[in-house]
Design a protein around this ligand. Structure first.
Ligand code: PBG
Length: 331
């Protein structure tokens, strides 16, 4: 036998020498759900280990996370019913607790990379990412709101703006709006290939942001989020986002779309991120709770697969657990 591939696997030292992919805590972005409250930390039942936080509690958590080396954080707001309307106008209202929370975080921790969410769904009475008119999601009218929301978020101090809405042309419009308002340094992390996926359930529970049950409101997001069957279309989205000024592209979900990640990585020089979404994490947590899988081996293997497919950055609810394992010398 000329080739015995097992020779490169014969010891931990040699395996470490020839390991092709590494995943560092630097690559991880940790998402948080924020509520307008005080002294509040409430577990999301469909995503164990993840919570709805009030800002006072979250500041302490962020401190702990930073001790573990985490520095990229994404914030998603749960908005009170009384602040929801048809056009999501509370999103750029200066009394929006989400914007105030971002200010506090950046005051206390100027070095963290804080990433926003831009979309109408938390703020809208229908739960759609855009304005709904006679059952149709209006594109250009929505983009105007997204631009106002983005400028307000940049003003609040977010380092990166994260449009998760999938309206056409929004990256370019947001870029222009930011530049014209003195925020040419604020980055755009574009949700480039975001699919109409079944795996967002726990996230919508956490924020109470699912489309409402109403015959005049579309039940799903298929007229703006992508068809899970499509890959070439992801390249069209990527080309657009790149031309429109995105700084980082994203594929979402991650695990079920590793081929899309790989394709995008091959076709752009921009960094690629992937959102390891709530349902993907919840599946693994549930299997581990049942004793069917081992969390400390299955979780890092999962994250590694997303990295191996070609991502630079991974948004995952497992970020802190991974960082803890690294800190404990287990990885
Ligand atoms: C909505 C948004 C969603 C997620 C992030 N932003 C849900 C949706 O599109 O309905 C899902 C993230 C997750 O499941 O972890 N703008």
């Amino acid at each position: 036998m000329q080739q015995r591939p097992r020779r490169n696997r014969k010891s931990a030292a040699i395996r470490s020498l020839v390991r092709e992919t590494s995943l560092q805590v630097d690559h991880l972005i940790y998402p948080f759900f924020l509520v307008d409250s005080k002294n509040h930390k409430e577990e999301v039942s469909s995503l164990p280990g993840n919570y709805r936080w009030s800002i006072d509690m979250l500041l302490k958590e962020l401190e702990e996370c930073q001790k573990l080396g985490l520095k990229h954080f994404m914030l998603f707001p749960k908005i009170k019913e009384e602040h929801k309307d048809a056009t999501g106008s509370f999103s750029y209202n200066e009394n929006n607790y989400y914007l105030q929370a971002a200010k506090k975080i950046k005051q206390e921790f100027p070095d963290v990379n804080l990433i926003s969410d831009v979309a109408l769904d938390p703020y809208s009475i229908h739960g759609h990412d855009g304005i709904v008119d006679n059952g149709v999601i209006l594109n250009d009218e929505t983009v105007d709101v997204l631009v106002d929301m983005s400028i307000a978020q940049a003003e609040a101090g977010f380092d990166m703006i994260g449009p998760s809405d999938m309206m056409d042309g929004r990256v370019g419009a947001i870029r222009q709006g930011l530049d014209e308002n003195g925020f040419s340094n604020t980055s755009i992390l574009a949700y480039t290939a975001k699919y109409a996926s079944a795996f967002y359930g726990p996230f919508r529970d956490a924020l109470d942001s699912a489309p409402v049950d109403d015959p005049n409101i579309p039940k799903d997001k298929k007229t703006y989020q992508m068809d899970p069957a499509n890959k070439s279309e992801a390249l069209i989205e990527a080309e657009q986002d790149e031309l429109e000024g995105a700084d980082i592209l994203m594929v979402k979900p991650a695990l079920h779309y590793l081929d899309v990640i790989q394709t995008l990585k091959k076709n752009t020089n921009l960094p690629i991120s992937a959102y390891h979404v709530s349902g993907e994490c919840a599946m693994l947590i549930a299997a581990c709770q049942k004793g069917w899988l081992d969390y400390e081996t299955a979780m890092p293997e999962t994250l590694l697969s997303i990295r191996r497919a070609g991502t630079d950055a991974i948004i995952t609810y497992f970020a802190k657990d991974y960082a803890k394992m690294v800190a404990d010398g287990k990885l």
